[in-house]
Ligand binder design. Structure first.
Ligand SMILES: Nc1ncnc2c1ncn2[C@@H]1O[C@H](COP(=O)(O)OP(=O)(O)OP(=O)(O)O)[C@@H](O)[C@H]1O
Ligand SMILES: [Mg+2]
Length: 259
């Protein structure tokens, strides 16, 4: 299988702050790849490179074998139809109903009203929120808003979806619902996916075929979740064993020993 999304030697700095430092990886077509790292490490910056919202200072980003560098705005718009980014906030339009939100990307596509209506219903059904079609976003829980944001991403019939912190600010029960949806998109629709998260236990572990750990601009790990848990790399251990993540996994805190 080939890689649908490929980063090779990607470097990015803002002024003199280096955020990405020679990042290389591929996301195999039809798989889900999670990128782990603490807040502020550069996960959202990395996702924005995958759809050309940011361009690397050095290195290349390819989608379906095509280099994003030098693409026209129109070509990048086509890439962003094929590769949908689901933002951290969900970013629904507050003044539109759920159905209207999902239909929004289909405006100006030349599709007839009946086709749009059928497609919106199909996508809402896929993410299991068809009963919310006429609600306003303000009436929805955070988890439901995330599901609707996924339905809106699906409206353009993409090849890939990238999720920015899909389970942040969502309780464990709703996280499970969202994780199940993410996995369903891969297994039922064959989508290629990237998920960036700080949450190993309630997110990456549940959805990812492979995981990478971003640390000081570099991937210090890229492998399966089992390999991550077995790794004896000190940076990996520090992240995996971090007390706050243990608590999220329902494990007891480790009491400091010694004087
Ligand atoms: N457009 C920008 N201009 C300048 N600095 C930026 C820009 N975008 C991001 N940064 C900086 O890059 C670093 C990484 O930011 P990023 O948002 O990617 O972190 P993150 O890993 O997504 O964090 P979080 O988990 O909190 O979402 C931060 O120090 C941020 O301030
Ligand atoms: Mg972020």
């Amino acid at each position: 299988m080939s890689d649908y999304i490929e980063f090779s030697g990607v470097c990015k700095a803002f002024d003199d702050q280096v955020v990405l430092d020679d990042v290389t990886f591929g996301v195999e077509t039809g798989t889900t790849f999670a990128i782990l790292g603490p807040s502020g490490v550069g996960k959202s910056v990395l996702l924005n490179h995958a759809v050309g919202f940011l361009a690397p200072d050095a290195g290349e980003v390819r989608v379906a074998g095509r280099n994003l560098r030098g693409m026209t705005d129109r070509e990048l718009a086509e890439i962003r139809k094929k590769v949908q980014l689901v933002f951290q906030s969900g970013a629904l339009f507050d003044s539109l109903t759920v159905s209207e939100n999902v239909a929004f990307p289909l405006m100006d596509t030349g599709l007839g009203e009946d086709t749009v209506e059928a497609r919106v219903a199909e996508k809402l059904r896929l993410v299991e929120v068809e009963h919310l079609a006429d609600k306003m976003p303000s009436e929805l829980s955070t988890g439901m808003k995330r599901a609707v944001a996924i339905a809106r991403a699906l409206a353009a019939e993409p090849d890939a979806i990238l999720y920015d912190e899909p389970t942040t600010m969502v309780d464990p029960l709703l996280s499970a619902t969202i994780n199940n949806l993410i996995k369903k998109m891969q297994l039922q629709l064959g989508l290629t996916q990237m998920v960036v998260t700080h949450d190993i236990a309630n997110c990456a572990e549940k959805v990812a075929d492979r995981v990478a750990l971003l640390h000081r601009g570099r991937f210090v790990f890229n492998g399966t979740i089992e390999e991550l848990y077995r790794s004896d790399d000190p940076v990996v251990r520090e992240f995996v064993d971090d007390d706050s993540y243990r608590v999220e996994r329902g494990e007891p805190r480790v009491e400091a020993s010694g004087p």
